[in-house]
Each structure stands twice: as C-alpha cells, then as structure tokens.
Design a protein around this ligand. Structure first.
Ligand code: NAP
Length: 287
C-alpha cells in the first residue's frame, strides 16, 4: 500500500483560533506508530462559517474531525447521529463520516478519566468532586466523572443557568448538584477539583477560590495546559492540593479515543505524551 498524501485519508481539527493546536502532531505520531496513512490538518473555522467549512471538508474526502473551542455545541447540532455520551454532554469533539453523514461522539471525559486513573495512577472512586465550568468541556467530563465513581459532583459556573442545565442533563439528582460561584466558601472541602473553565485564556492575573475547598487528599485538575493553565495550578499548589495535574495527558488520551473510533486501532499514548511533556517540563504531573 502506498502512503503518499494523495491516497491518505483526510482528517482535521476544527476550532477558532486553531493555529496552536497540538492535535495534528498527536495524530500524525499515532499514524506513524500504527502504519496508517492519513493526512491530519488544522482548519480555522469561525463559528458562522463552520457548517459550510465542514461541508466542504466532507466533499473533499474528509472522513473524520476533531472539534475544539468554541465549536463543540455547534458540531453537536450538525450531526445526524450522536453517541449517548455526546447526547448527555450536548457537545461533540469527534466527528466520524458514515454513509454521507456526520456521526458525533465526545471523547473528552474518557480521555480525562484514562489519564487520571491510568497514567497518573489516581483512584477517583468515593471522592467528593467540584467541577468549575459548564461549557463544552465540562459537559463532556461530568458524566465520565460520575461513571468513574465520584461520590458527589458539585457544578459551579460563572453563568449559573448553564450549571443548572448541565446538572439537569446528568439526571442524577442524588449525586450531582449546581451551586453559585459566590457560595463556594460554604461548600465544604473536596477530594477532586476540576477546572473546566477557559478563564485562564482571558489573561487575568490569577485564579481565586477559597483554600477551604481543599483537604489533605485533594486532587486538582486543570483541563488546560501551557500558559493558560498557570493561574489555577498556582492556586492549587498554594492551597496545598496533594496532586496537581494539567490537561496535557487528557489531550493525548482523548485523541487516542478518537483515533480508535476512526481506525479501529488503539495507539500507544506513552511516547507521544512523553515527547509533548518534555516541551512542557515546567508544568505539572501528579506528585
Ligand atoms: P466553552 O464551551 O467556551 O466554556 C468555557 C467555560 O469557561 C464556561 O463555563 C465559561 O463560563 C467559563 N469561563 C470563561 N471565562 C471565564 C472567567 N473569566 N471566569 C469564570 N469562568 C469563565 O469552552 P470548553 O470547550 O468548555 O473548554 C474549556 C477549557 O477546557 C478550554 O480552555 C479548553 O482549551 C480546555 N479543554 C482542554 C481539553 C484537553 O484535552 N486537555 C479538552 C477540552 C477542553 P460561562 O458559561 O459563564 O461563559
């Protein structure tokens, strides 16, 4: 079989902005490792043009896509069918072209749980969990955290109605609750705190929340990596969290889930993660 670009199947990540996405590098590395011929590019898609750009991609032979900020909810709306986990999330991060239609899935939650329980060796069961944010990423990870056995999930979001909607979609009133950001100090302490906001992207100097949220077992997880992750990670360390993890491992694991959906082969994420981590050395692993 030839492996040149003209015969390679086309895949892409869509977002806005997208220039700094690591996904092309990750999928190209998985393809080299597994001997699968593919072309994977980053496509900038302003929200108003996303549907047309996706149509053109499909017409040009596109077989699959990843979707990132701020397009995950729009991708959900463009799919003919979605998986159960994408339906609960109301957000799609993985597109598969089947019979001339897009099938949508959401691999963010599985990617996060695999990174935490596999690579980092952390047990999520029985932890009281606080989820900050109710956007596409939070909606993807919330059901996976419940499936992973957290005791309780408290969701807090700047716009409280979105936290309420997420909790409603989870359909577990005994375990999942929404609370107001301003009431964080009254929520007690947590063994798991997940920052699924994009607040670090706004360039604000710091992340503020009461240190009383933290106890001697607290695992703090930031879904971002790189510069954007720094404010929350600095807060988590200052607050005395036992384990502090950024989103680089989740990024690699959600990509591996998507790769398996497209190609039926599970790549070895270890070497790809290690190569990326070497370039993000001053940021974080569980310790
Ligand atoms: P999104 O749908 O745009 O949601 C953004 C969330 O952040 C919302 O809950 C929003 O609250 C909140 N937020 C934004 N600015 C804030 C601020 N200044 N203070 C407090 N809350 C603020 O984005 P998303 O898709 O959920 O992604 C969230 C972050 O996770 C992004 O930075 C993304 O890069 C990262 N992520 C990483 C991975 C990975 O693989 N590592 C995967 C997915 C996402 P409102 O509802 O009030 O606007």
């Amino acid at each position: 079989m030839t492996t040149n670009q003209s015969t390679a199947a086309r895949y892409a990540v869509f977002g806005h902005p997208i220039a700094h996405s690591l996904s092309p590098r990750i999928h190209t590395a998985f393809a080299a490792q597994t001997g699968i011929a593919l072309e994977y590019t980053a496509i900038d898609a302003p929200p108003a043009q996303f549907a047309a750009i996706l149509d053109a991609f499909a017409a040009g032979g596109g077989r699959g896509g990843n979707v990132t900020l701020p397009l995950k909810e729009a991708a959900f709306a463009l799919c003919a069918q979605v998986s159960e986990r994408a339906r609960i999330a109301g957000a799609v991060n993985t597109l598969v072209r089947n019979d001339g239609q897009w099938h949508g899935d959401n691999t963010d939650g599985a990617g996060l749980v695999r990174d935490l329980t596999g690579r980092q060796g952390l047990d999520l069961r029985g932890r009281r969990a606080l989820l900050l944010g109710a956007g596409g990423a939070a909606r993807g990870v919330a059901p996976a955290l419940l499936d992973a056995g957290v005791l309780e999930l408290v969701v807090v979001n700047r716009t409280p109605e979105r936290a309420d909607a997420l909790v409603d979609a989870l359909g577990q009133p005994g375990r999942a609750h929404s609370r107001y950001w301003d009431d964080l100090a009254d929520q007690g302490d947590f063994e798991l705190i997940v920052n699924a906001t994009s607040a670090g992207r706004s360039g604000d100097a710091g992340f503020n929340a009461p240190f009383t949220l933290v106890n001697s077992r607290t695992l703090a997880v930031e879904l971002n990596y790189g510069e954007v992750a720094i404010p929350f990670l600095a807060w988590a360390r200052a607050a005395g969290c036992r384990d502090v993890v950024d989103g680089l491992g989740m990024l690699v694991e959600q990509a591996a889930e998507a790769f398996e959906l497209w190609h039926g082969v599970r790549p070895d994420t270890g070497p790809v993660y290690e190569a990326l981590r070497a370039q993000n050395a001053r940021l974080v692993t569980a310790d």
